[in-house]
Write a protein that binds this ligand. Structure first.
Ligand code: NAP
Length: 273
C-alpha cells in the first residue's frame, strides 16, 4: 500500500514517523518548499509542488498511490482543494463511497487530518475576523496610533498591515517576508515552539498592544495566546478557510487517521499500529 502525505505540519511528520517502516507500506511526504530549512519528516519526501491538479493526478497515477492523507496546515486551502480535485474528481467523495468517478477517472481515497482550532478561555479578549484584510482593519481599531501590533500570520500577504503608517509592527516569520511591509516594522525571524515566558517577555519588550494570529491550532505556537491573556492584550484571530467543496470529513489527529487507513479496502493493507 502506498500512502502520500501532503505535509508541512507537525501532524504530518508524526504520521510519517509512524507509517515509515511499517511492513507492506510505502510512504512519501510532499512539501511545498516554501521555507528554506524545512523540518523534514521521516521517510521519502518530494519537495516543490506537483504543478496543479493535473500534476498531482499524474503523480498519483505514476507512483501508484493507494491513499492520500491531506495533513497540510488548516490555511493551505489551495493544496487541499487540489487534493480533492485530483483524488476524487468533480464533486468529491468519501473513503468507503462506492460511487465511481467519471469515465476513465482514477479515484484515490482521500483522508483529511485537520488539527482542531484554538478555543478562547476565560480572560481572553479575542476578536475573530474572516481574513487578513479584516485582521489589518481590526488591529488598527484596537491599537492606538503609535502603538505596536504583533503579527504572526506568516511571511506572505502582509499588505493589509503595510497600509498603516501610524503604528509599529513586530512581524515574526520563519523566513524573510515577501511583498510590501509596513513603513514602521521590526522583523523577527524565528520558528516555534515558543514558551509562555518567552512570549510574555517579547510582548513586554516590544510594548505590544495587539496580537494578530491565524487560528492555526496546535501547541507549537499557542504560547502567545497565554501570554496575551496574562497581559490582558486583545488578540485578532483569523478564522480558518472553509474546507473545499467535496472534501471528506476531517479527522482531528493521527490515531483517527490511522483508524481510517486501517479501514480502507485494499489488498495487502498492513497491520497499522
Ligand atoms: P497553498 O496556498 O494551499 O498551496 C499553494 C501551492 O503550493 C499548491 O498549489 C502546491 O503547488 C504547493 N503546495 C502546498 N502545500 C503542498 C504540499 N504539502 N506538498 C506539495 N505541494 C504543496 O499552500 P500554503 O498555504 O502556501 O502552504 C504551503 C505549505 O506550508 C503547506 O505544506 C502547508 O502545510 C505549510 N504551512 C502553511 C501555513 C499557512 O499558514 N498557510 C502555515 C504553516 C505551514 P502545486 O500546485 O504546484 O502542486
Amino acid at each position: 500500500m502506498r500512502v502520500l502525505i501532503l505535509g508541512g505540519t507537525r501532524e504530518a511528520r508524526d504520521l510519517a514517523a509512524i507509517l515509515v517502516g511499517e511492513p507492506g507500506l510505502a510512504v512519501v511526504t510532499s512539501l511545498a518548499g516554501r521555507v528554506r530549512d524545512p523540518a523534514l519528516p521521516a521517510g521519502e519526501t518530494v519537495i516543490g509542488g506537483f504543478g496543479g491538479v493535473a500534476g498531482l493526478r499524474a503523480f498519483l497515477r505514476d507512483r501508484a498511490v493507494d491513499a492520500v492523507v491531506d495533513a497540510t496546515h488548516p490555511f493551505a486551502a489551495t493544496m487541499s482543494a487540489h487534493a480533492v480535485a485530483a483524488c476524487l474528481g468533480p464533486g468529491g467523495t468519501r473513503p468507503g463511497d462506492a460511487r465511481p468517478g467519471g469515465p476513465g477517472e482514477h479515484q484515490v481515497p482521500l483522508l483529511r487530518l485537520v488539527r482542531p482550532g484554538w478555543a478562547a478561555r476565560p480572560g481572553d479578549d479575542w476578536h475573530r475576523v474572516a481574513d487578513l484584510d479584516a485582521a489589518g482593519a481590526r488591529a488598527r481599531e484596537l491599537c492606538p496610533p503609535g502603538g505596536a501590533v504583533f503579527v504572526t500570520t506568516g511571511r506572505r500577504q502582509l499588505a493589509p498591515f503595510a497600509v498603516d503608517p501610524d503604528r509599529r509592527y513586530l512581524i515574526r516569520a520563519v523566513d524573510p517576508p515577501t511583498g510590501t511591509l509596513p513603513a514602521r516594522h521590526t522583523l523577527l525571524l524565528d520558528r516555534g515552539p515558543y514558551t509562555v515566558d518567552g512570549e510574555t517577555r517579547l510582548l513586554r519588550d516590544h510594548d505590544i498592544r495587539v496580537v494578530v494570529t491565524k487560528d492555526s491550532g496546535g501547541d507549537l505556537t499557542a504560547a502567545k495566546l497565554d501570554a496575551a491573556r496574562t497581559l490582558g492584550l486583545p488578540v485578532v484571530v483569523i478564522d480558518r478557510p472553509a474546507p473545499p467543496p467535496g472534501a471528506p470529513p476531517s479527522r482531528p489527529d493521527v490515531p483517527a487517521i490511522l483508524a481510517d487507513l486501517r479501514g480502507l479496502p485494499h489488498k495487502g493493507a498492513p497491520d497499522l499500529p
